[in-house]
Ligand binder design. Structure first.
Ligand code: DX5
Ligand code: ZN
Length: 224
């Protein structure tokens, strides 16, 4: 059975009670996904290095921290996060003409590097970079906000990535982010997704731990 990672997105947590919300899902999540928005690459503002630093300083939070940069240009931001020892640092391919260089800098800085692609970006754009990444993040909504509707056409991208990874004997992870929940998680996993990001489906639920358990069960059914 393939390991599928569940990464709740803190964008949907209660901003006045983030620690409490993380405590609620203790033992049920694999990674924590942090969205960073600059009001320029995306029309919204969200979290920065101070939140990541606070999370990293908690000894009760030991799971990988997965930072998704929706900022332009990412070159100006990666040095804010690398000293914090984030585990994954992902940039958007549309945000820089120098994606290869930035990915390299992230790796040199000691983090795993990820590359995200928007729903309107052809997946083939990442082809020359597949050999230089630890993760490809397929956006299944247009980035900027939680709680949007899933765009099913992006599943073809996951299939393509899965095939390229097998044919070229590579080992990057395939992550998906946006509009994911109980309705589509099985489809997403069947198409080859390794990391499932979910904001609203987790923290918008009255019992976030229960929401994650239900997702885990749905995943188990796929491999049964
Ligand atoms: C959207 C963010 C997502 C967001 C997902 O721009 O990148 O991580 O938090 O939220 P949901 O799961 O509610 O679509
Ligand atoms: Zn995200």
């Amino acid at each position: 059975m393939r390991k599928v990672i569940l990464a709740p997105s803190l964008l949907s947590a209660d901003p006045l009670n983030i620690a409490r919300d993380i405590e609620k899902i203790k033992g049920e999540y694999d990674w924590l996904h942090i969205d960073v928005m600059d009001g320029h690459f995306v029309p919204n503002l969200a979290y920065g290095p101070s939140l990541v630093s606070a999370l990293k300083s908690r000894h009760d939070i030991t799971s990988p921290i997965d930072v998704h940069l929706m900022v332009e240009p990412p070159e100006n931001f990666i040095d804010l996060f690398l000293p914090l020892k984030v585990d994954y640092l992902t940039i958007q391919i549309e945000s820089t003409p120098h994606a290869h260089r930035v990915l390299q800098c992230i790796r040199d800085g000691g983090a795993k590097c990820g590359l995200a692609i928007n729903p309107g970006t052809p997946v083939e754009w990442v082809a020359p970079l597949l050999f230089s990444v630890d993760m490809i993040l397929v956006m299944s909504v247009n980035p900027g906000f939680g709680g949007q509707e899933f765009i099913p056409q992006v599943l073809e991208k996951v299939e393509w990535l899965y095939r390229e990874r097998t044919v070229n004997n590579l080992n990057f992870l395939i992550e998906m982010d946006g509009g994911l929940g109980l309705d589509n998680i099985q489809d997403v996993v069947r198409h080859g997704c390794d990391v499932v990001v979910a904001g609203n489906a987790v923290f918008g639920h009255e019992d976030p731990a229960q929401a994650l358990k239900a997702m885990r069960n749905k995943i188990m059914e796929v491999f049964r």
